[in-house]
Design a protein around this ligand. Structure first.
Ligand code: ZN
Length: 162
C-alpha cells in the first residue's frame, strides 16, 4: 500500500505458499486501497498437483505478464512457500522436482518479461511458509534451492531498449 500511495506502483503477488493468500484478501474489506495496490486478479495462488500445479502457475503468470506489458502492474513478489511441498506437515501440492521447477518457471518468466518491457522487472522474493516438525532442514533446503535457482537464472544485466 505504501508503494501504491507514494509511487502509484501496482504489484502482483505470486503466492505459492501452501495457504491461500488470505492476508491480502482479508484486508480488502477494511482497507479498499489494497484493491488498487494489488488488484484481485494479481494475488495468484496456483492449485492442483505437480504438473497441473506448474501448468496453472504458468497460466496465471501469462495473465500477470499481459498486465505488466500494458504497464498496469509494475512489480512482482514471489512468495515461494515451502508448505506447498507434498511432504510438508500441512500437506501441499508439489514434489521436490515440481516445487523447484516453479522457481525455474518464475525466473524464466522474469527474463522474458524484462526483455519484453525493455527493463528489468522489479522482483521481491519472500521465503514464506514451511512446516516440518521432524525435519526443519528440509524446509530450509527448499528455500535455498528456490532462491539459488532464481538468483542464478534471472538475468541481472540492464536490458537495453530497442
Ligand atoms: Zn503457509
Amino acid at each position: 500500500m505504501k508503494l501504491y500511495e507514494e509511487f502509484g506502483a501496482v504489484g502482483a503477488w505470486l503466492d505459492l505458499d501452501g495457504h491461500f493468500g488470505n492476508s491480502i484478501e482479508d484486508t480488502r474489506s477494511f482497507n479498499p486501497i489494497v484493491d488498487k495496490a494489488i488488484p484481485r486478479d494479481c494475488n495468484i495462488n496456483p492449485s492442483g498437483k505437480n504438473d497441473h500445479y506448474v501448468s496453472h502457475f504458468k497460466e496465471q503468470l501469462a495473465i500477470v505478464g499481459e498486465k505488466i506489458k500494458k504497464n498496469k502492474v509494475h512489480y512482482v513478489v514471489f512468495a515461494h512457500g515451502a508448505d506447498s511441498h507434498l511432504d510438508d506437515d500441512l500437506g501441499g501440492y508439489c514434489d521436490t522436482e515440481h516445487w523447484v521447477e516453479c522457481a525455474q518457471v518464475f525466473s524464466d518468466w522474469v527474463n522474458e518479461i524484462s526483455l519484453s518491457i525493455g527493463r528489468p522487472l522489479p522482483v521481491t522474493m519472500a521465503l514464506f511458509g514451511g512446516y516440518r516438525k521432524s525435519n526443519y532442514k528440509a524446509v530450509l533446503d527448499l528455500h535455498i534451492d528456490s532462491l539459488a535457482t532464481c538468483l542464478l537464472n534471472i538475468d541481472k544485466r540492464p536490458v537495453s531498449r530497442s
